[in-house]
Design a protein around this ligand. Structure first.
Ligand code: C2E
Ligand code: MG
Ligand code: MG
Length: 694
């Protein structure tokens, strides 16, 4: 049985729901399966997996469909139950069947199963909802200690205490130290060094062994436990960072995955800063990873939440990019520093033409927006090379390192881990030549000829063999014979062009099927057509030219990387500048507002007030002042010396402030004045007149 994608399972559910008869969707998760090392190590070619499949099959009819969705999860679309009331009994039978020991390699193994069930049409009539509901029910059953079976709603016993018991289960797990953190390093594709680590939560459940975060985190969210769990994670990260400081390793930037509940929590960032600063860690050492699906959460004011985290100085990464629905929009809308391409796009690289095109497009788009790109789940050297050639900035995945505990990270970093030179974007690799010919004599002759030129030489006796070499090694120039059994040289080079377009491809043939070869040259599959028998010197010159051409192209690519990097930095600085200007503008408008408020307030003070600038020009007069000096010529912009000389004389006597009595406007006044600018950047003086008789 192969791994089936969620979308094909949903299509199958949809097709059966067209018949309108009730059916159930079962989601079965077997914990512990990962720990059993039998078979050849592959997920589905393992005796325990085969026994499980047989046991599930034994409990249902041939007409029911069984799918394996990966990560120890099976989905069963089940309609052969007669009456709906029979479903619990059949579900129990499946779970009971799993209770028997599994025998493999003369050992007995025990697995724990969790089963979630949704029923058509009672829980929903929509295929995607039925799948999701059975998943949620399964997650719940994985959480509860003595419940292997959970119905989404129909047929389930009313259980008001369930939420509390799940909550308590999480609390118990924290208390009994069942949670732990591991960290996965990331590497830079230009110079090969480590660029930081991402923290992953692990739950070593007392009954179900390792429950994966994809199962328990949505449940922690739904029962409101994520904030507590998030706090535990940050505290643990601080402990681990402390340990790394003591171990004297270069402190890595730590990425933390944030759930929607944490993002929506207004106190989250302050709390996080508080915990970090108690350990002497600044926000610039922490990258917060927010998944694309979190951005779609309508319960959160996403713009505000993200702007808040950015203003506090955290690095922001958009996680699982490409799995959400509004992908491109999100890249432009939010100020992310990094985009992480989801591992589902990386897994089939470089062979899958569509995934390759999407990956390249995302990288180029992110760079144009001033963001760096990290590829997730990189497992092979070929994926790594493809990503380097596509100008991806960083990789993360088992290829560089599996997730490790704090001690493992310390040891890993002490070994100064670096990606190999030939995988890096800014290093010049050896010249690699692939020779393909079905005649071993010719291969040997060519090999002898080119050995003098110091090339790294690979040979293949067929197109298929050649493709295998291309899959595993970086090749610059290919020389292929045309007439070969099974696959002709032109067909081989056409495929090579499709999969490895950066190679330079040459046909060396004694036969000239003109039309066929002209077509291939015209469509760009072949760079040169050379004829047998060859002239040694001429052939060597031709191949040297081909390498020079390839190196020029590579150099262009390298320059392109540098230009893109510079552009990216430019875009990033522009964004920072725009952000600073925006903040300045809002500061100015805030200042203007407060100035207007003060001006208005002074208008209502029941005493005459004048404001003059540092050249003694009147710049402010309140209502009371206007009223009492209606006989004087007082206008904004006139000098106080000319307008009210009595006041001007009194002020000139002192430097900074003063008080004097005058008889003016037919009354006795005490004049108080003060030079401004003590607590602000203003100049000039403020003058207040108080009636001396009061
Ligand atoms: P993610 O943040 O996208 O993490 C990547 C997942 O890919 C991790 O799975 C990691 O162990 C796995 N991985 C890394 N390298 C490879 C590889 O080369 N091949 C394959 N096949 N897988 C690889 P994990 O630890 O099971 O986590 C799954 C998801 O659960 C994470 O996706 C993240 O969204 C969530 N998660 C994990 N830890 C936390 C946490 O502390 N808090 C929150 N809120 N979510 C977390
Ligand atoms: Mg992540
Ligand atoms: Mg991810």
């Amino acid at each position: 049985m192969n791994i089936t994608t969620t979308s094909s399972i949903i299509s199958s559910i949809k097709s059966i729901s067209d018949a309108k008869n009730p059916f159930a969707v079962f989601n079965l998760w077997l914990s512990d399966l990962d720990d059993i090392e039998v078979g050849n190590g592959s997920e589905t070619d393992n005796p325990i997996f085969r026994i499980t499949t047989e046991r599930v099959r034994g409990a249902v009819l041939e007409s029911d469909s069984i799918f394996y969705t990966g990560k120890n999860q099976f989905t069963i679309i089940f309609s052969s139950f007669g009456r709906v009331e029979n479903i619990p009994q059949i579900a129990t039978q499946i779970c009971k069947a799993m209770e028997h020991p599994f025998v493999a390699d003369h050992n007995e193994y025990y697995l724990t199963c969790s089963l979630g069930i949704s029923i058509y049409p009672f829980d929903s009539k929509r295929a995607d909802e039925l799948y999701l509901f059975s998943q949620i029910a399964m997650q719940k059953s994985a959480m509860l200690r003595n419940k292997n079976i959970q119905f989404y709603s129909f047929l389930s016993e009313p259980n008001p205490g369930e939420r509390i018991s799940i909550f308590n289960e999480f609390q118990r797990a924290i208390n009994s130290k069942e949670f732990e953190l591991c960290y996965q390093p990331k590497a830079d594709l230009k110079i090969g060094n480590q660029t930081g680590v991402e923290a992953f939560l692990r739950w070593n459940h007392s009954i179900r062994k390792e429950v994966p975060p994809s199962i328990f985190i949505p449940i922690a969210e739904s029962v409101g436990f994520m904030v507590t769990l998030g706090e535990w994670i940050v505290r643990q990260i601080c402990v681990d960072i402390h340990y790394w400081m003591e171990e004297r390793i270069i402190l890595p930037c730590v990425s933390i995955n944030i759930s929607p509940q944490q993002l929506g929590d207004l106190c989250f960032s302050d709390r996080l800063l508080e915990l970090l600063s108690a350990s002497g860690i600044t926000a610039s050492h922490i990258s917060l990873e927010i998944t694309e699906s979190t951005l779609l959460d309508t319960n959160i004011d996403i713009d505000q939440a993200i702007a808040n985290l950015k203003s506090k100085g955290f690095i922001l990464s958009l996680d699982d990019f490409g799995t959400g629905y509004s992908a491109l929009n999100n890249l432009k809308r939010f100020p992310f520093d990094f985009v992480k391409i989801d591992q589902t796009f990386i897994q089939q690289l470089p062979g899958d033409v569509q995934d390759a095109a999407i990956t390249k497009a995302v990288i180029s788009m992110a760079h144009n927006l001033g963001m760096e790109v990290i590829a997730e789940g990189v497992e092979t050297e070929m994926q790594c090379k493809f990503l380097r050639d596509s100008m991806c900035d960083q990789i993360q995945g088992n290829f560089f390192s599996k997730p490790l505990n704090a001690e493992g990270i310390s040891n890993f970093f002490k070994g100064n881990p670096l990606l190999a030179n030939h995988l890096l974007a800014l290093k010049k690799p050896d010249r690699a030549l692939l020779l393909v010919d079905d005649e071993p004599n010719i291969l040997n002759a060519l090999k002898r000829l080119f050995r003098r030129d110091n090339y790294k030489i690979y040979t293949a006796e067929s197109g298929h063999e050649g493709l295998q070499i291309l899959k595993n090694d970086r090749i610059d120039v290919i020389i292929s014979d045309q007439r070969m059994p099974v696959m002709t040289g032109v067909d081989f080079l056409r495929t090579a062009k499709e999969l490895y377009p950066d190679t330079v491809r040459i046909i060396l043939s004694g036969y000239t099927e003109l039309q066929y070869i002209t077509d291939a040259i015209n469509e760009g599959a072949i760079y040169k057509f050379l004829t047998k028998p060859w002239d040694d010197d001429l052939l060597r010159t031709n191949i040297r030219d081909a390498f020079q051409y390839k190196e020029m192209e590579d150099e262009n690519r390298r320059l392109n990387i540098q230009i893109q990097t510079t552009n990216q930095e430019l875009v990033r600085s522009n964004l920072l500048l725009a952000d600073m200007l925006k903040r300045k503008e809002s500061q100015i408008s805030r200042d203007e507002i407060s100035l207007n408020i003060v001006r208005e307030a002074l208008q209502f003070v029941p005493a005459p007030i004048f404001g003059i600038d540092d050249e003694d020009t009147i710049v402010f007069v309140n209502h009371f002042a206007e009223k009492i000096c209606s006989n004087y010529l007082i206008e904004l912009g006139t000098s106080i010396k000319n307008a009210i000389p009595e006041i001007s004389f009194g002020i000139d006597e002192f430097e900074d402030e003063g008080k004097f009595n005058i008889n003016i406007f037919s009354s006795q006044y005490v004049v108080y004045w003060k030079k401004m600018g003590g607590k602000s950047k203003s100049n000039g003086k403020i003058i207040v007149l108080l009636n001396a008789l009061i």
